[in-house]
Structures are given as C-alpha cells and as structure tokens.
Design a protein around this ligand. Structure first.
Ligand SMILES: NC(=O)C1=CN([C@@H]2O[C@H](COP(=O)(O)OP(=O)(O)OC[C@H]3O[C@@H](n4cnc5c(N)ncnc54)[C@H](O)[C@@H]3O)[C@@H](O)[C@H]2O)C=CC1
Ligand SMILES: O=C(O)[C@H]1O[C@H](OP(=O)(O)OP(=O)(O)OC[C@H]2O[C@@H](n3ccc(=O)[nH]c3=O)[C@H](O)[C@@H]2O)[C@H](O)[C@@H](O)[C@@H]1O
Length: 430
C-alpha cells in the first residue's frame, strides 16, 4: 500500500521504515529541512538499534523516501499517518497545536478519498476534533475517514517492538477504513483490536499510566525493603512469577523518565480532571517518582556528606538504555542535582553525549566508560545500559579516590561488589 507518515521522529521514522520493510511504499514527511536533508544523504537523526541498516535497505529498494512536503505525501498515498509531537503544556494538559496544524495541512492537500490515522498520543476525543478540522479546511470536498492507531513502541527496542507488536489497536468511527488498516498490519502477524476512536485513544493513556504505576509501585516497595533489609529484586521476582502480575516493569530504579511516561501521566490526570474525576492514584505515581530521585540524591549526600568540590563520575545520560534520547532523563536530572550541591562531574553515555551537551554544561565528557571514575570520590550509575555491566571493575576501583559506587539501576550484585572492595549502594537492596 502507499503510505505517508507525517512527522519523522522516534515514532514516525521507525514506523515508516518498518512499514517499508514489510513491503509498503512509504514517504516520511517532516517539516524539519535539516532532518530530511540528513536522511536523504544517508545520515541518521536518532540512534535506535538496527534502524540505520533498515532505513538504508528500504531506501535502496525504492520503498522508502523522505520529503519536507506534506502536499506531496498526501497526494501520493492512500493512508496518511500523523506522528507529530504532543508535548505537555505548563498545566499538564496536551499541546495539540501540532496535530491541529497537520490536520489543516492534510485537508488543504486532499483531492481524493484518504484515510487519516493518528499515531501520536492524544487525549480521548481528539479524533473528533481532527475530523471536524479536516472537514472545515478541505476545499475539494472529498470523502475521508479518521482513525486512531496508538503506538506502543519503546525507545531502544523500537524496531523490534514495531516488527513484533503485542497487539495493534485500531480505532474507527465506521467500518470503511478497517479493511485497508488491517491490510497494512497483516504482515506483522499480530492480534488486531478494532474498536471505537475514543477507546483507542484511551487505551494508550491508560496503558502508559499503568506501566508508570507499576514502576512507582516497585519503587515504593523498594523503600520498605530498605527499611527492613529485604531485597527488592527478590520481591519483584517473587511477585512477577504470578502470571497475573508479570515481572516486566518491576525494576526498581532512581525513577522513570523519558518523553512519554511523565507527559502522558500528567495528561491523563488532566483529562480526568476535566471530565470531573480526580485520578489521585496517578498523582501518587508522580509523587513516588519524584521522591525516588530525591531519595537517591539523599543516599549520595548521606554517604559523601558535602559535595562541594567533590568529583563524581556518572555513567549514563540517556533516559534509558539503547537510546540517545535525553528528554526528561532521570540521569540528566540527577547530574543537575549533583551540580547544584557543588559536585564536579565526569560523565559518559554510549550514545547520548552529543545531545546531552546542549543541556548539561560544565562537566567533563569522557569517551571511555572505564575512565569516568578517574580521580572521583564516587561513581554513580544512572542509566541501565547493559554495557555498564562489562565495566573493568578492578580498574574502576583503583581509579576512584574512594571505592564508592551508587547504583541507581541495580546493575550489579551487592555481595560481589563488596568482595571486590567497593562500598556499594543500590536501590532497595541490603
Ligand atoms: N518516542 C516514543 O517512544 C513514543 C512516542 N509516542 C508519541 O508519538 C508522538 C511523536 O513522538 P516522537 O516521535 O517521540 O516525537 P519527535 O519529536 O521525535 O518527532 C516528531 C517529528 O514531527 C515533526 N513535525 C512537527 N510538526 C510537523 C508538521 N506540521 N509537519 C511535519 N512534521 C512535523 C518534527 O519536526 C519532529 O521531527 C507523540 O505524540 C508521542 O507521545 C508514542 C509511542 C512511543
Ligand atoms: O508512549 C511512549 O512513548 C512509550 O513509553 C514507554 O516507552 P519508553 O518511554 O520508550 O521506555 P520504557 O522502556 O517504558 O522506559 C521508560 C522509563 O521507565 C524506566 N523504567 C522502566 C522499566 C522498569 O522496570 N523500571 C524503570 O525505572 C526506564 O529507565 C525509563 O526511564 C512505553 O514502554 C511504551 O510502550 C510507549 O509506547
């Protein structure tokens, strides 16, 4: 099928590429000229495992192309996906101006029947607004259908998540676009849920909020573990073996971040408030997450006492492993806390250092992870990169002025670290 994706970011680029990979003809549109120029010259604006190779393969095969022109994208395709940002407003509600402006652009370019599919995460009832806007701005008076198709990919695993989805959710008002949408997704061999647009939109906010809740739950349990000498990983393993609970998203940490959980939680709380429901449970999820970072900083302060003029090594700047994305990164947040206390930082991330340089100043960026600890009073692990498990621990211990390691991601075994001579402090473990 001929498909256009408007918005070539973390979602749009990966979605477009995976659609091309299964045989569709795809145009990825973005208004950012530099991004499209980079993609057209074989470059990659983001890091996502496996993506670069897949983009190249599909561009070479003639199935994937890039453009800055929405009109071209609309004219050449039958189905138009919207994957533009839906950032938070200061009060937590969603800024839908990107969606509104794309809806107008699509309307202005339509000369025949199109299916317009929203993939961005939006408040329930946004589909109605998109429909109204297209109707209002479409001069050609052609027919169209609007659908909702929320995306559930995780950054760092995006290609795999896209190619092997747990489920595909399609929200529609009438049955007319269903056959085409099912055809688009047929090659992925995933269960397809066809529902109404409001439910599809709600599934996305409810799912992300639930996942965030699961993390805050285990983080709250980690506080009880610390107070009692229990081990949060053992507790999570024991809980997770219950099929009704499941082990995933039960890793205690210094808190969750990223461009989605924090904003989607705020949005869902706000949407509920506007509908007359105080979603206090989700406010607690936010509070626990906020506390978790403060507790981690306190742990560092309790041990090192004063940070002024102390040198601290920080491993990890991205908001999670396998990505260069630093949006709402707990690791960056931690660095800023430590700087505020007067610490001098030496930092490393396998992929996120370039992006971090724009927001994290007056730190020493170190290319080799084994060199970060050099001359530091302590080392902190802030992102769960699997690479960090391969640290040269003997070298790290020797290069620290004091062998103290704060592990905000529970990457190592406490007993092993102590046997190697570290003072090792992690989350929710003795
Ligand atoms: N990042 C993620 O892991 C996931 C994000 N989402 C949702 O997907 C949506 C997009 O998120 P990301 O891909 O992370 O955003 P992003 O910021 O990486 O990419 C969005 C792109 O849209 C472009 N854009 C904005 N207005 C445009 C317009 N009028 N015409 C053409 N291009 C335009 C921007 O230049 C940018 O390149 C958001 O609603 C987000 O909540 C959903 C699932 C996963
Ligand atoms: O809507 C979105 O944008 C996406 O948001 C999340 O994906 P993502 O933010 O890419 O990454 P996650 O793997 O969910 O991690 C989010 C944060 O939670 C943290 N986390 C995750 C899992 C865990 O057990 N503990 C924990 O602290 C991570 O370190 C990270 O900071 C969801 O997992 C995706 O399904 C969803 O599509």
């Amino acid at each position: 099928m001929k498909l256009t994706i408007i918005g070539t970011g973390y979602v749009g680029l990966v979605t477009g590429t995976c659609f091309a990979e299964v045989g569709h003809q795809v145009i990825c549109v973005d208004r950012d000229e530099d991004k499209i120029k980079l993609l057209n010259s074989g470059g990659m604006p983001i890091y996502e495992p496996g993506l670069e190779e897949l983009v190249k393969k599909n561009v070479d095969a003639g199935r994937l192309s890039f453009s800055t022109c929405t009109k071209e994208g609309v004219e050449k395709s039958d189905v138009i996906f919207i994957a533009v940002p839906t950032p938070p407003m200061p009060d937590g509600s969603v800024d839908l101006s990107f969606i509104e402006s794309v809806a107008r652009e699509i309307a202005g370019a339509m000369t025949s029947y199109k299916i317009i599919v929203d993939k961005s995460t939006v408040p329930v009832k946004t589909g109605d607004k998109v429909s109204e806007t297209i109707k209002r701005y479409c001069k050609a008076k052609v027919e169209f259908d609007v659908a909702s198709n929320p995306e559930f990919l995780r950054e760092g695993f995006a290609v795999d998540d896209l190619m092997h989805p747990d489920r595909v959710v399609i929200g529609v008002k009438t049955q007319r676009p269903v056959q085409a949408l099912k055809e688009i997704y047929a090659p992925f061999e995933a269960p397809i849920i066809v529902t109404d647009i409001n439910s599809a939109e709600l599934i996305k906010h409810a799912a992300n909020s639930f996942l965030a809740l699961k993390i805050s739950y285990i983080n709250a349990v980690s506080v009880i573990c610390e107070a009692t000498g229990a081990n949060v990983q053992e507790v999570a393993n024991g809980m997770g073996m219950d099929g009704r609970i499941g082990r995933r998203f039960l890793d205690a940490s210094l808190g969750f971040g990223g461009s989605c959980f924090p904003k989607d939680l705020s949005a869902f709380i706000k949407i509920s408030e506007q509908l007359g429901y105080d979603f206090a449970l989700l406010k607690e999820v936010q509070r626990i997450n906020h506390d978790q970072m403060n507790r981690f900083v306190k742990k560092i302060l309790d041990t090192l006492w004063v940070l002024k003029d102390k040198k601290i090594g920080v491993l990890g700047l991205a908001f999670k492993q396998n990505t260069d994305d630093i949006r709402m990164s707990p690791a960056i947040d931690l660095c800023l806390h430590l700087q505020k206390e007067g610490a001098k930082l030496r930092v490393h991330d396998p992929k996120a250092m370039e992006k971090a340089k724009a927001v994290l100043h007056n730190v020493t960026y170190v290319d080799d992870m084994d060199e970060v600890a050099e001359g530091c009073d302590a080392l902190v692990i802030a992102t769960e990169w699997p690479e960090f498990k391969k640290l040269d621990l003997e070298r790290v211990r020797k290069s620290l002025t004091h062998p103290i390691l704060f592990d905000g991601r529970n990457l190592f075994d406490a007993k092993e670290m102590e046997s190697l001579g570290f003072i090792y402090k992690s989350i929710g473990r003795p």
